[in-house]
Design a protein around this ligand. Structure first.
Ligand code: NIG
Ligand code: FE
Length: 390
């Protein structure tokens, strides 16, 4: 591709974490990035566009960013909670209990129905520039359904997370420890072959720190990587537990103490912020500026789910992070690409550099700033995943 007005490579350069190249070109070979540089350098070298017989795309003065890495979604479910959203917008507050509504609909749905809905949502993500997508289970909450959800998610992504510990299902009401025994026993055993990660919702109304630790320990022993939902609805033990467990990421991070902040800054755990949730629940937004100023690695993700954030739009996350959370446009674009890759411990995505996957987004805009400057406008013009246009 040639004629790229602004290429965001995310190659760390002093003073520019986005590794920006102006008037740039990218050469792709066999699904990977083979070369990046200026259009001038490409024209006068072995990388001359078209030389290898491959088609040349002229970006014609538009910007290119890495495909978005959405490191947190809950896309396998049935049912609809638009009424719950409308009630919330009429003044009712958000409570995690709505999860059980989706669980009932999901258990009753066939594999084909779940697969059809899942694929439609994945297509929706791709059309908006998401090329790497993490998908959680968590709307089954019994051995059979959690396993089905993990298997279906594995059909569309390699980043599957087992979230049997989302909430305690109705049939275990008052017996959370019995449910934890099931999650860490038969359920984990059945779902783990399809999963790369384990996650737990560590929050009042979901699981305590001690219960959450048992879940994470069992997942680690089964060879899964660790992620945590924490500090969403109030202060709590999620961040401390995530850091102590060596989690790749702790997600939400809306309510953080100074101790949480120092623990994150001293760790390799990424703080993943999910502003679609605050938008859709009228909660206060997390303070990204405070995290960044403390030296914490921040990612942005959609948390796409039918309850607290039914949007798959990473451009919307970037716009919200800039407008409401104190991030600069460059920081937000980095967090939605390289940040997501860190949160998934991936080095092959989230950047445009030789050897990385050729996951590219051509924007209908001259710069990445437009992703926040023109909120709600469909700026994603063309998308390539592994070098193939989607
Ligand atoms: O990430 N926090 C827990 N789980 C989801 C909400 C799911 C739901 O309300 O259905 C979340 O926000
Ligand atoms: Fe979530």
């Amino acid at each position: 591709m040639t004629g790229i007005a602004e290429l965001t490579t995310n190659a760390a350069v002093a003073g520019d974490p986005c590794g920006t190249i102006r008037d740039a070109a990218v050469r792709v070979h066999a699904g990977r990035v083979a070369w990046v540089g200026t259009t001038d350098a490409a024209t006068s070298s072995a990388h001359r566009p078209g030389r290898d017989g491959l088609p040349v795309v002229d970006a014609a003065g538009r910007a290119v960013v890495p495909g978005f890495v959405d490191s947190h979604s809950h896309l396998v479910f049935a049912g609809d909670r638009a009424d719950e959203f409308a009630a919330r917008m009429a003044g009712r507050s958000y409570a995690a209990g709505g999860i059980r509504t989706t669980v009932a609909a999901t258990r009753a749905a066939s594999d084909d129905d779940l697969r059809r809905r899942l694929r439609a949502l994945v297509d929706e993500c791709r059309a908006q520039g998401t090329t790497t997508l993490e998908i959680k289970t968590g709307y089954g909450l019994d051995v059979e359904t959690e396993t089905r959800l993990a298997r279906l998610a594995a059909e569309v992504t390699e980043e599957v997370t087992f979230l049997g510990a989302h909430v305690v299902p109705a049939e275990f009401a008052g017996r959370p420890d019995d449910y934890i025994a099931l999650v860490t026993g038969a359920m984990l055993e059945a779902a783990a072959p399809f999963a790369r990660w384990i996650d737990v919702f560590c929050e009042d109304g979901a699981f305590t720190a001690d219960q959450s630790r048992r879940v994470l320990d069992a997942g680690r022993a089964r060879g899964l990587g660790i992620r945590v939902h924490g500090n969403q609805l109030g202060y709590g033990a999620g961040v401390a537990l995530a850091v102590a467990s060596g989690a790749a990421a702790v997600d939400h991070c809306t309510y953080l103490t100074d101790d949480d902040l120092s623990a994150l800054a001293a760790s390799t755990t990424v703080a993943t912020l999910l502003p679609g949730v605050e938008f859709s629940t009228r909660q206060p937004y997390p303070d990204a500026r405070r995290l960044l100023d403390a030296g914490v690695t921040v990612a942005l993700a959609s948390d796409c789910n039918p309850g607290s954030s039914f949007t798959s739009s990473m451009p919307l996350m970037i716009a919200l992070a800039v407008r409401e959370m104190g991030m600069t446009p460059a920081e937000a674009v980095w967090a939605a690409t390289a940040g997501g890759a860190r949160a998934l411990r991936r080095t092959d995505v989230g950047r445009i550099a030789p050897g990385a996957r050729a996951d590219l987004v051509l924007l209908e805009a001259p710069s990445r700033v437009h992703l926040a400057y023109r909120p709600g406008v469909p700026l994603v013009r063309r998308v390539w995943k592994d070098g193939v246009e989607v």
